[in-house]
Ligand binder design. Structure first.
Ligand SMILES: [Zn+2]
Length: 433
């Protein structure tokens, strides 16, 4: 079914959104949007004045015009008992998403806002965190408390029902990933020193740290971070990816030997269980393809495979610069767009999509697989297990859940480790069901 979008203003941004909608897995070819074509099954006016056809989408003309704008509201619309949220410059009372052929708001611009991350451009000092990235509290979806809904995917569900005449209820697709920042807890004098300081601060006996350190040092299979056998899934259904950190110069970085028995074991299990192996580019690599490339080659030479997937360490990602640095290094898919202190959808969708390049005003060649859930981020929540369970239950259908569980978080003896183990059990339950 071809839907002709009649518009006086064709633009790259509109074309980008139409392409996204046409490719969206929930649409699955049921309808195809085209602009100003002769032949179509349905015509829709993307205009505030055109009265020639029955179907209409109002034009907001803000997000397609500017790089960034200040004030936006998430107005609530309803569609068959479902909530749909807009991004608009005026506050409105609750309305219907679609009534008598007319859409309630400009969903093209709303979708563009979320996917492109336009709000992460041209930030002011007070909006930045200590890493120079936007503070997550400043993000539109967090400010409006709609981050736990895939607001973009929900718009697509509505469109499929209107244009494709079909009710969509597709089981959520799971993608399990792991960032390997550390392979062992006790790795040499530096970490022993750190652990001792921690023990003294916690009024614990530093001698016990030494005893634990020396016994585990002697036997790497007992190291609490060597959890790969429990961590890596045997089941074949979901997408499975593992990203290895390859060093780096920043204090947040870590380097392990690629001859280390725990690393070799991790690679062995990952290959055996059908994981795709990627890199976890170091903290300062976000705008430097040279660093990304050398880290990528180091791992490629070691595992004897080409690598084309990655996730930035600490999700240190800049929407203007990082995608091109990754592409120049031969990376095709990134998975850094997510939260470090929250769970949910930073870009409004859980499904992989091509980013927008503001440098060229075109679709980027980099595929983004949004990171929806990360163990370390969930630990910042008031009630990690309860909120996570509720979140997964809320999103059983019509989106994708890309989750990140760290080997270093699956420790069985600490309070936080036990919590992550419980959460991972819940995730496995969803995957197996
Ligand atoms: Zn990391």
């Amino acid at each position: 079914m071809i839907v002709n979008v009649i518009t006086e203003k064709e633009s790259n941004r509109l074309a980008y959104v139409c392409d996204f909608i046409n490719r969206h897995p929930l649409n699955d070819g049921l309808f195809v949007l085209k602009t100003n074509v002769e032949k179509a099954d349905l015509a829709i006016a993307y205009s505030n004045t055109d009265k020639s056809v029955y179907h209409k989408i109002p034009v907001q003309s803000i997000l397609f015009q500017y790089k960034y704008f200040e004030t936006a509201f998430a107005n609530e619309y309803s569609f068959h008992n479902q909530k749909i949220f807009s991004v608009e410059t005026a506050r409105k009372e609750k309305q219907e998403f679609y009534k008598n052929g007319v859409f309630g708001f400009d969903f093209f611009e709303t979708i563009f806002f979320h996917l492109s991350r336009v709000e992460e451009l041209e930030l002011e000092e007070h909006q930045l965190n200590d890493r120079g990235q936007i503070r997550e509290e400043e993000l539109f979806v967090i400010k409006n408390q709609i981050h736990r809904f895939p607001v973009v995917d929900q718009i697509i569900v509505g469109l499929v029902q209107i244009f494709g005449n079909q009710k969509v209820q597709l089981k959520t697709k799971w993608s399990v990933t792991h960032d390997i920042d550390y392979i062992e807890r006790f790795s040499g004098a530096k970490s022993f020193f750190k652990a001792s300081v921690r023990a003294i601060m916690d009024f614990k006996n530093p001698l016990s740290v030494w005893q634990s350190y020396s016994s585990k040092k002697a036997n790497p299979s007992l190291d609490p971070y060597n959890s790969f056998n429990r961590l890596l899934l045997t089941s074949g259904t979901p997408t499975k990816e593992i990203y290895f950190l390859m060093g780096g110069e920043h204090v947040y970085d870590n380097q392990y030997s690629l001859d280390h028995p725990i690393f070799l074991e991790a690679i062995h299990i990952a290959k055996e269980r059908g994981y795709k192996i990627g890199i976890h580019p170091s903290y300062l690599s976000w705008d430097k393809s040279k660093i990304i490339k050398s880290e990528k080659e180091r791992l490629e030479n070691n595992i004897g495979q080409t690598i084309d997937i990655s996730r930035q360490h600490y999700l240190h990602f800049d929407i203007l610069k990082t995608p091109n640095a990754l592409l120049e290094s031969g990376i095709k898919e990134d998975s850094s767009i997510g939260f470090t202190k929250e769970i949910g959808f930073r870009a409004g969708t859980g499904f992989p999509y091509f980013l927008y390049d503001f440098n060229t005003e075109k679709k980027s060649a980099l595929l983004e697989k949004p990171l929806v859930f990360m163990d370390s981020a969930a630990l910042h929540l008031e009630k990690p297990l309860e909120e996570t369970t509720e979140f997964f239950n809320l999103n059983k259908y019509n989106t994708q859940m890309t989750v990140n569980i760290h080997n270093s978080r699956l420790v069985q003896t600490t309070f936080e480790g036990k919590l992550v183990n419980k959460i991972y059990k819940v995730i496995k339950g969803y995957i197996d069901s």
